[in-house]
Design a protein around this ligand. Structure first.
Ligand code: ADP
Length: 463
């Protein structure tokens, strides 16, 4: 096992990884930007190295600075967390080249899944169903139109290098497709320095269901069940739960097998997530694989009792998985609400600033993974997620009641957060019945506005 690792990240995930290190008896090194000097991850780690200015391009994305920090502090491995450099194949290669273990998959697997067009092709060949769409990238208006006419409208144009819901546009007819083609390309160029786009059939009211994978170096690949991440705004996840309310034993078997096949097809090692869309008929289609730990990993941890971050570290250190698929059980229901410093009733405008007062919920079946405290100033430079509230119980109803209770206990004064929106979602009768799709939040917000039920700004502020 490693003696010392560096965490190339910030926020709640850096704190989460430091906790796993402490429990494994591993010393941890934090890196931080000048804006994060007062951060919790800096205070909790055994050592900390400042790696640059506030903008992530000047710090958390600077490979040379991170490698220098790793060498100066003499660590054996780097955990990249999520976001930043976690899916950067070049960074993984540089780490290996410097004799530092990258706590994640081999760079070849990151690369194979990083280009979504190539990943679709690999999946098709491996017999994993993909959403009907273009055979490769679409490089002209004409090609986009031909594909759309073949598969039928509506279609979605997506960026080959995409992520975070960017570079995606839906089109319902020829004129809107031509417009979507150009906007998606320029957005993709700006966000990912890669204008390549492709076309998929736009599935109506699907569910986003993903499978957590663990794979060791010996080639053992297992799954830890699914997470339903259909509660989204602008194609970004807001709330996740497991098991999915629509899951059956049969469907889990089929999707789990496909997820394992997907991981095997790219020689996957470590933790990863295979994402699918499921249509109304229960047919499922691969959309992408995230080759890193995910924000929503605690949901699976609370259902299965497996510590995914510790497993990532153990696998990177060369240990084998100590169990097989048949040992994985799903005895609990867990649900996670992402707490973002955003105003959900004002177009999700970011709301950075000082947290004047914080009270975090507790009690049976409640877990809070976060990095803020009373008096902490949220810098405006990074992602607006400040924490995650996870509630779990033996059945879904109790988990939901617990979440409702915990959301009521959560007090964050000084900024606006997504807490009031989560309260509405948890109370919603359709959500409680498990009847929802990726359009649920948009519809909920529309009805709220139309009915004049919108909460006042003051109410969101004192959530
Ligand atoms: P990103 O990598 O940007 O997160 P994904 O491919 O994972 O993009 O898709 C994110 C979300 O966008 C999905 O969860 C879903 O809500 C929506 N989406 C993506 N592809 C489709 C599709 N073909 N049909 C309907 N919705 C889609």
């Amino acid at each position: 096992m490693f003696d010392k690792i560096l965490i190339a990240n910030r926020g709640e995930i850096a704190v989460r990884i430091i906790r796993a290190c402490k429990e494994l008896g591993i010393r941890s090194v934090a890196v931080y930007s000048k804006a994060d000097a007062d951060s919790l991850h800096v205070q909790l780690a055994d050592e900390a190295v400042c790696i640059g200015e506030a903008p992530s391009k000047e710090s958390y994305l600077k490979i040379d600075r991170i490698i220098s920090a790793a060498e100066v502090t003499d660590v054996e491995a780097i955990h990249p967390g999520y976001g930043f450099l976690s899916e950067n194949a070049h960074f993984a290669e540089v780490c290996e080249g410097c004799n530092i273990k990258f706590i994640g998959p081999p760079s070849t697997a990151i690369r194979a899944m990083g280009d979504k067009v190539a990943a679709r092709e690999t999946m098709r060949k491996a017999g994993v169903p993909v959403v009907p769409g273009s055979d490769g990238p679409v490089t002209s208006e004409d090609e986009a139109l031909k594909t759309a006419r073949r598969i039928g409208y509506p279609v979605i144009i997506k960026a080959a290098g995409g992520g975070g819901g960017r570079g995606m546009r839906v089109a319902h007819n020829d004129p809107s497709l031509i417009k979507a083609y150009h906007t998606a390309r320029s957005e993709a160029e700006r966000a990912f320095a890669n204008p390549t786009v492709y076309v998929e059939k736009y599935l109506e009211e699907p569910r986003h269901i993903e499978f957590q994978i663990l794979a060791d170096r010996r080639g053992k690949v297992i799954h830890l069940g699914e997470r339903d991440c259909s509660i989204q705004r602008r194609h970004q996840k807001l709330l996740e739960e497991s098991p999915s309310p629509i899951m059956t034993g049969d469907l889990r078997k089929k999707m789990g097998k496909a997820a394992i096949r997907a991981a095997e097809a790219v020689g996957y090692v470590n933790a990863g997530t295979v994402e699918f869309l499921v249509d109304k008929n229960g047919d499922f289609y691969f959309i992408e694989m995230n080759t890193r730990v995910q924000v929503e990993h605690p949901v699976t941890e609370e259902v299965t009792g497996i510590d995914i971050v510790k497993e990532q570290i153990r696998i990177a250190a060369g240990e084998e998985l100590g169990y097989d698929q048949k040992h994985i059980e799903f005895p609990r229901c867990a649900i996670e609400c992402r707490i973002n410093a955003e105003d959900p009733f004002n177009n999700f405008q970011p709301s950075p600033g000082r947290i004047d007062f914080l009270h975090v919920p507790g009690g049976l079946g409640v877990r809070v993974d976060q990095h803020v405290y009373s008096g902490y100033v949220i810098p405006p430079y990074y992602d607006s997620m400040i924490g995650k509230l996870i509630c779990y119980a033996r059945d879904r109803r109790t988990a939901l009641d617990r979440m409702s209770r915990a959301l009521d206990e959560f007090v964050i004064r000084g900024i606006r957060t997504t807490i009031p929106l989560h309260k509405m979602i948890i109370k919603d009768p359709n959500f409680r019945r498990g009847r929802y799709s990726t359009s649920f939040v948009e519809r909920l917000l529309n009805t709220t506005t139309q009915a004049g039920l919108q909460l006042s700004s003051d109410e969101t502020k004192s959530s």
